[in-house]
Write a protein that binds this ligand. Structure first.
Ligand SMILES: Nc1ncnc2c1ncn2[C@@H]1O[C@H](COP(=O)(O)OP(=O)(O)OP(=O)(O)O)[C@@H](O)[C@H]1O
Length: 581
C-alpha cells in the first residue's frame, strides 16, 4: 500500500506567481492587446447612451425642437447597437486568448511533471500531483480563460463610466467615494484571509484524495490485515479536515458578500439627494443629474461583478501558485553535467544515505564495479539493496560520499543524459495506451522502424509484428512477459552503459521468467549490470557478488570464492538450498 509519509510539492511564492503570470500573458501580447482595445471601445460606446439621454432631457426642458430629440434618440440607438456589437467582439477575442493561454499552461504542466525528479514525485505521493493536474490546472485555466478577462473587462468598464461621470459633473462623481470605505474594509478583511484559506482548502483536498487513492489501491491488503476500520477512520479524518477548510472559505465569502451588497445603495442615493439639491440651486441641469444617476447605477454593475470575482480570482491564483510550484522544482533540481561518463564503471565511495522520513539506511558503502561486469547484490530483506539501485540510477543522491558512473557524479547528470547512461529495470512496466511504436520510441524518439523491429527481435518479441498495433487500456491487453519484453526492447533502444535489474523477473511465472532471462542475456551483453538478486540462483551466474548487510558491504567476490570463505554469502546460499555448512 502507498505509504502516506509524503512531502508535499511546493507552492510558488507570490513573487514567482506574478512573474510567471505576466510571462504567460506576454506570450500572447498581440491578442491580449486587441482584446483590451476592443473592450475599451465597447465601454466607450455604452457610456454614450446615458450621456445622450442627459442631453435629451436638457433639450426637452429647454423646449427645443423635435428634430434635435430625434437626432439624439437615433444617436442613442446607434450607441447601444455599437456597444452590443463591440462587447460581443471583445468577449469573443478575450475567450480565444484565454483558450490559447490555458492550453499553453496545460502543456507546460505536463512537461514539468515529466521532468520531475522521480524521488520528488514519489515523496509527494499520487494525491498531490493528481489534485494539481485534475483540480488546479483546470482552475488556473478558468482563471485565465474566464475570470481574468472578465475582471479586466469589469475594471475597464468601471473606469470608463467613472471617467464619464467626472466629465459630466465632478461633484456628483464624488458621491461614488461613499462606497469606498465599506468596500475597502470588507475587501481588506477578506483578502487578508483568503489566500491562506484557499491554499489550506487545496491542500486538504489533496490529502483526502491521497487517502482515498491509497485505500482503493491497497484495498486487498487492508482486507487481508483487517485494516478496514483504520482506513475508514483515516478517510473520515482527512474528509473532516477538508470539510472544515471548505466551511472556512464559505464563511469568508458570506461575510464579504454581505459587506458588498450593503455598499451599493449609498452612492446612487447620494447622487439623487445631492443632485436634487444642486438642481434646485441652479448648479446642475436636470439632464446632468439624470446622466450621473444612471451612470452611478451602471458603474456598480462591473464594480459589483469585480468584487464578487475577487473570490474567484483568489481561488484561481491559489491554484496557479500550486501549478507554478511544480515548475519551481524543475529549476531547483536542474542538474548540470560537469563531464560525460567515459564508460560504464560504477563507483560508490563512502556512500551514506537516509530517506527523508527515516534513519540512515546506507552507512559508508565502498564498491567499484568495472565497466562490463555483472554484479549481483544480495542480502537479507531491508538490508539496503534496492536503495543502492536507486542511488546508482540517480533517483536519489547520497547525503555523503560520491556515486559516479564513468567518473561523473550521477546526480550532476541532467535527467535526459542520465537516462542514456543508466537504466533501472523493475518488475513494474507501464505499457502506455498508444501504438507499439510510440511505446518504444519513448526510449529513442528518432528510432527508425528497422531499429524498432531489431530491438523487438533482440528480446524475442515474436508476437510484435505490427508497430501500429494499439496497446494498453481497453486495446490489446498484454501479459506480464510481453510487457516485460517491451521494457527490455526500450533498453536496447536507449543503449545505456549501465543496467540495474531490481526484481526484474520476480513476478513472472517460471516459464515466462526463463524466456525473459534469455531475452535479458541478449539485452545485457557488453553493459555493466547490477542485479538485485532476491533469489540466489541469479547471483550464481554473476561475475561477482556483493553481500549487503545492515546498510554496509559485508562481502565481495565470485560465487566460488565466497562459498570457500564460508561467510555471510555461504550461509545465505546454504539456507537457500536447505543444507547446513
Ligand atoms: N521510500 C522509503 N522511505 C523510507 N524508508 C525506506 C524507503 N524505501 C526503503 N526504506 C527503508 O530503507 C531500508 C532499506 O530498504 P531497501 O528497500 O533498500 O532494502 P532491500 O534490501 O532492497 O529489501 P528487500 O529485499 O525487502 O526489497 C529499509 O529499512 C526500508 O524500510
Amino acid at each position: 500500500m502507498t505509504t502516506e509519509l509524503h512531502t508535499e510539492l511546493p507552492v510558488a511564492e507570490p513573487d514567482r506567481v506574478r512573474r510567471a503570470f505576466v510571462a504567460l500573458l506576454l506570450s500572447e501580447r498581440t491578442r491580449v492587446g486587441i482584446a483590451v482595445a476592443l473592450r475599451v471601445a465597447a465601454a466607450g460606446a455604452s457610456t454614450a447612451a446615458p450621456l445622450l439621454m442627459g442631453r435629451m432631457i436638457d433639450t426637452l426642458v429647454a423646449g427645443e425642437g423635435v428634430g434635435d430629440i430625434d437626432a439624439l434618440a437615433t444617436g442613442m440607438a446607434a450607441a447601444i447597437a455599437a456597444a452590443v456589437a463591440l462587447t460581443w467582439l471583445a468577449s469573443f477575442t478575450a475567450n480565444r486568448v484565454g483558450e490559447h493561454l490555458s492550453a499553453r499552461l496545460r502543456e507546460r504542466f505536463v512537461e514539468q511533471c515529466l521532468r520531475l525528479p522521480l524521488h520528488t514525485a514519489e515523496q509527494a505521493g499520487a494525491g498531490d500531483l493528481m489534485t494539481r493536474a485534475s483540480v488546479d490546472v483546470p482552475q488556473s485555466g478558468n482563471l485565465i480563460r474566464d475570470a481574468l478577462p472578465k475582471a479586466a473587462v469589469a475594471i475597464l468598464t468601471a473606469l470608463v463610466y467613472i471617467g464619464a461621470m467626472v466629465w459630466v459633473n465632478a461633484v456628483l462623481a464624488i458621491c461614488m467615494l461613499l462606497a469606498v470605505p465599506l468596500i475597502a474594509i470588507g475587501a481588506r478583511w477578506y483578502l487578508n484571509r483568503a489566500r491562506a484559506g484557499y491554499l489550506t482548502q487545496a491542500r486538504a483536498e489533496s490529502r483526502s484524495g491521497e487517502a482515498l487513492t491509497a485505500t482503493a489501491e491497497g484495498a486487498r491488503t487492508a482486507e487481508l490485515y483487517r485494516l478496514e476500520q483504520d482506513r475508514i477512520a483515516h478517510g473520515d479524518t482527512t474528509i473532516a479536515v477538508h470539510w472544515a477548510a471548505n466551511r472556512y472559505t464559505l464563511y469568508l465569502r458570506s461575510i464579504y458578500f454581505l459587506t458588498l451588497e450593503s455598499s451599493y445603495v449609498l452612492p446612487a442615493s447620494a447622487v439623487l439627494v445631492l443632485g436634487g439639491a444642486m438642481y434646485f440651486n441652479g448648479m446642475v441641469s436636470l439632464g446632468e443629474v439624470a446622466t450621473c444617476a444612471v451612470l452611478s447605477r451602471q458603474v456598480m454593475t462591473p464594480l459589483n461583478f469585480l468584487l464578487m470575482m475577487v473570490e474567484w480570482l483568489q481561488r484561481g491564483f491559489a491554484s496557479f501558485a500550486r501549478v507554478e510550484g511544480v515548475a519551481a522544482i524543475d529549476t531547483e533540481d536542474e542538474a548540470t553535467a560537469e563531464a560525460t561518463p567515459i564508460d560504464g564503471t560504477v563507483e560508490l565511495r563512502s556512500v551514506h544515505f537516509a530517506y527523508p522520513t527515516g534513519p540512515e539506511v546506507l552507512h559508508g558503502v565502498d564498491l567499484k564495479i568495472p565497466a562490463g561486469e555483472r554484479l549481483a547484490v544480495v542480502g537479507p530483506s531491508g538490508a539496503g539493496k534496492s536503495t543502492i539501485a536507486r542511488l546508482v540510477s540517480g533517483i536519489d543522491a547520497p547525503q555523503q560520499g560520491r556515486m559516479t558512473i564513468g567518473g561523473v557524479d550521477v546526480a550532476s547528470l541532467p535527467l535526459g543524459d542520465r537516462r542514456g547512461h543508466v537504466t533501472l529495470v523493475t518488475q513494474e512496466h507501464h505499457v502506455f495506451t498508444a501504438a507499439l511504436r510510440d511505446n518504444l520510441t519513448l526510449a529513442k524518439p528518432d528510432a527508425t522502424d528497422t531499429e524498432l523491429a531489431a530491438a523487438l527481435a533482440t528480446v524475442g518479441a515474436t508476437w510484435a509484428d505490427d508497430l501500429d498495433a494499439e496497446l494498453g487500456g481497453t486495446a490489446q491487453e498484454l501479459d506480464p512477459a510481453a510487457a516485460q519484453q517491451i521494457a527490455l526492447a526500450r533498453i536496447v533502444l536507449a543503449d545505456p552503459d549501465v543496467v540495474i535489474l531490481d526484481e526484474a523477473t520476480a513476478m513472472l511465472d517460471p516459464r515466462a521468467a526463463r524466456d525473459t532471462e534469455r531475452a535479458l542475456a541478449a539485452v545485457l551483453k557488453g553493459r555493466t549490470v547490477i542485479g538485485i538478486a532476491h533469489r540466489l540462483h541469479t547471483a550464481h551466474d554473476a561475475d561477482r557478488i556483493a553481500v549487503i548487510e545492515d546498510g554496509g558491504l559485508a562481502e565481495l567476490g565470485s560465487h566460488d570464492d565466497l562459498l570457500r570463505a564460508n561467510g555471510p554469502y555461504a550461509r545465505l546460499w546454504n539456507t537457500w538450498h536447505g543444507t547446513s555448512v
